[in-house]
Ligand binder design. Structure first.
Ligand code: ADP
Length: 200
């Protein structure tokens, strides 16, 4: 592929070889939901389980990405889309490296998540909706940010002054305000075991 004299280098150590060595497929577990819904907690807890089973994993966390790769982006509609697009392109490279990527981004817009599905390929994208009422997220207020949002100090805050579009056909729904963390972790591991062709 040539574009502006940029040529894609083909690796000899391919994704397929890496997957065979890892004894599982690479894929993205895409956690979506309101701030405080449990995406980050779940991504790390699921990673802990998969890693202890011998899988190659990595968690991509919203705040971490915004410290570096996407530090120039804010929270307008366009900037959120660009944030998610960059993350998808980064995760795509990581899928080539053979890992199971677990992502914890609010990713509030359906259109943006659909684009991730297209960038990664539908067979690599497993959408997990962390469903939790706004009231519970607000009560948890893990980062104290809901309080600030109610005071008008956080523009474009999802659930308060910006929309969250629920997934229409997620691969898995977790009711994080009714199920325990352990139950949610079990549900994810059970759901992806076959999809990731686990043999480790
Ligand atoms: P997010 O990444 O979606 O912003 P966090 O993971 O930072 O959310 O915070 C979720 C909070 O909810 C944590 O304090 C966590 O302990 C709590 N929690 C309670 N039940 C669950 C559950 N079933 N799954 C995930 N988190 C839960």
């Amino acid at each position: 592929m040539t574009k502006n004299n940029i040529i894609w280098h083909m690796a000899t150590v391919t994704r397929q070889r890496r997957e065979e060595a890892n004894r599982h497929r690479s894929m993205a577990l895409w956690f979506t939901g309101l701030s405080g819904a449990g995406k980050s907690t779940l991504a790390h807890a699921v990673e802990e389980r998969l890693f202890s089973m011998g899988a190659n994993t990595y968690v991509f966390d919203g705040d971490n990405v915004r410290h570096g790769l996407c530090r120039d982006l804010g929270f307008s509609r366009e900037e959120r889309s660009e944030n998610i697009r960059r993350i998808a392109e980064m995760v795509k490279l990581f899928l080539d490296s053979g890992i199971i990527a677990l992502t914890a981004f609010i990713s509030p817009f359906r259109e943006d998540r659909q684009r991730v599905r297209e960038i990664l390929g539908p067979e690599n994208f497993f959408e997990i909706y962390c469903r939790c009422s706004l009231e519970t997220c607000e009560q948890r207020d893990v980062k104290g940010i809901y309080r600030k949002a109610r005071l008008g100090e956080v523009p474009h805050f999802t659930g308060i002054t910006a929309p969250y579009e629920e997934p229409e056909q997620p691969d898995l729904v977790l009711d994080t305000d009714r199920q325990t963390l352990a139950e949610c972790v079990e549900a994810v591991v059970k759901a992806i075991k076959e999809r990731a062709s686990f043999d480790c």
